[in-house]
Design a protein around this ligand. Structure first.
Ligand code: SAM
Length: 499
């Protein structure tokens, strides 16, 4: 393998993941093997009962695993995340003081799962600041590939700063954008023209009366000479003509090109006055103001981001009806704007702000105000994460099925964890391609096995997950009998709080 540049940190490859305790919010390390998908347990529906939008309360590492297991791999068109920046301070609603190497492990594991969720034409926007931006970019380069880097957007979040004694005041955050593939969805955004815009258009087309200005036709780089009518002109050294020969020919015919020095000098192109469109947004965003506590959109959440910021991100990189995901949802800004713009959305938030900030904010929206509702999108479902399926028995110290998973829940959890989707059939509970799964708490005997096997057609296979089976049980080649939890892919897990 050719050597590649990589960022290293203590604990990078120690096999542990960092999760937050869902009750206390405290960080803790758990072995990677224990990062299991969890059941998404629906608590309530808000607005349109058919809407599929999701607000999930829980640790995002587990929730992202669950989303992958639930069939969202490659389905998400846009991800915006605004993770804790590792600021070393404790905010009113959450703690943001992870040590650098833990922060890196935390981000690496989540970004890897996010990448798997992203569609081929999807994009990820990662909002960071000076404390962790440089680390974040290395992780993104590593997981998305440096060639899929699209932008480092600088967002000016503060207008006025006091003089500092040792350096310049920090007024910006950065948002790194990466695409999953070569052709991401992208729509150029425009901002209002500045005050001097109109004055620059000092010429008038005598035929149409349209105002215009003449602008340069060269850019830095290398390029061939081009024909401008009968004249062949080379670009100045180190520059190239911005248009192809075909486009130049067309522009010469319709009068879009004029020459300096009475027709003998350099070609310049007409740029017409267009007050409606505005100027193209570049990577320096100085026109979006932070949310102050008096603003109408303010929900008084410490790190609430402006809706205008999310509006720009969502409009640039998704279409109506697309899935948008934010797994560090905070007060739910991404979901709120996605809802207003007619996108489908999934929000994940660990803290109680899922319930106290995001939920009421989104509920107010689906109840009516200011949204663009596509059919079936005027509501959402609120979920919590189920407990891990496999836990350690406190007395015996061995892995056992969590007693909370009985009957129907056990079936759902095993299917989710083993990669099957539910069929609704009372015997062949799950399906993955031509393989079926059956989950039972009953004792599996030869008669039991025969009955299930008789349901299979040629070329189909079956996995039976059970707690116990008859000693020496023989099964046909296309049927496997697995004991749970022993034979599950994820072998071992702890209940949160008990390690
Ligand atoms: C900077 S805030 C996001 C603010 C949000 N953009 C808004 O406009 O309200 C980061 C959020 O990530 C949440 N968070 C941190 N670690 C998490 C984790 N492991 N799983 C889920 N949420 C987490 C925090 O509780 C916090 O609410």
């Amino acid at each position: 393998m050719p050597e590649k540049l990589e960022l290293r940190w203590p604990g990078k490859d120690d096999g542990f993941a960092l999760v937050r305790d869902e009750r206390t919010g405290d960080p803790k390390k758990i072995p990677h093997d224990e990062v299991q998908p969890r059941l998404l347990i629906e608590q309530a529906r808000y607005g349109d009962a058919d809407a599929k939008n999701m607000l999930i309360r829980g640790e995002n590492l587990f929730a992202l695993k669950s989303l992958l297991a639930a069939g969202f791999a490659g389905k998400i068109k846009l991800i915006y995340i605004d993770p804790p920046f590792n600021t070393g301070q404790t905010f009113e609603h959450y703690d943001d003081g992870l040590e650098n190497s833990l922060w890196l492990t935390m981000m690496r594991d989540r970004v890897a799962l996010l990448r798997d969720l992203l569609a081929e034409d999807g994009s990820i926007y990662v909002h960071l600041d000076w404390r962790s931006g440089h680390y974040g970019r290395c992780i993104l380069d590593d997981l998305f590939g440096a060639t899929n880097f699209r932008n480092e957007v600088i967002w000016q979040k503060i207008r006025v700063v006091k003089a500092q004694s040792r350096g310049f005041g920090n007024v910006h955050d950065m948002i790194f954008t990466y695409s999953a593939g070569e052709n991401p969805i992208f729509y150029q955004q425009y901002r209002p023209h500045d005050e001097n815009y109109e004055a620059k258009f000092d010429k008038v087309d005598p035929e149409t009366g349209q105002r215009y200005q003449l602008v340069s036709m060269i850019q830095k780089g290398q390029g061939p000479p081009r024909m401008f009518g009968k004249r062949t002109l080379s670009p100045p050294p180190g520059m190239h003509w911005i248009w192809t020969q075909e486009r130049i020919d067309e522009a010469m015919l319709n009068g879009e090109i004029e020459f300096t020095s009475g027709g003998k000098g350099t070609p310049r192109k007409r740029q017409y006055y267009d007050p409606d469109k505005g100027q193209p947004v570049h990577d320096l965003w100085t026109d979006i103001f932070p949310v102050n506590s008096q603003a109408k959109e303010s929900v008084n959440f410490d790190t609430q981001k402006p809706e205008a910021l999310l509006d720009r991100v969502i409009q640039a990189s998704s279409n109506e009806g697309d899935w948008v995901l934010d797994c560090f949802a905070g007060s739910g800004t991404t979901g709120a704007v996605a809802q207003k713009l007619g996108r489908k959305w999934i929000m994940v938030e660990l803290g109680e702000q899922a319930q106290t900030f995001a939920l009421p904010r989104l509920n107010k929206l689906v109840a009516g105000e200011g949204q663009k509702v596509l059919s079936g999108n005027g509501g959402f479902r609120y979920y919590v994460l189920g407990e891990p399926l496999v836990i350690t028995d406190n007395k015996l110290g061995v892995p056992v099925i969590n007693p909370k998973y009985d009957n129907g829940l056990l079936v759902q959890a095993v299917l989710l964890q083993e990669g099957f989707t539910q069929t609704g059939d009372s015997e062949l509970h799950g399906r993955n391609g031509s393989a079926f799964a059956h989950v039972t708490e009953e004792y599996v005997t030869p008669t039991y096995l025969k009955r299930l096997t008789s349901r299979l057609s040629e070329g189909e296979a079956l996995v039976i997950y059970c707690l116990k089976y008859a000693p020496g049980l023989q099964s046909p080649k296309n049927v496997k009998v697995k004991k749970i939890p022993r034979d599950l892919k994820v072998k071992y897990a702890t209940v949160h709080g008990k390690e």
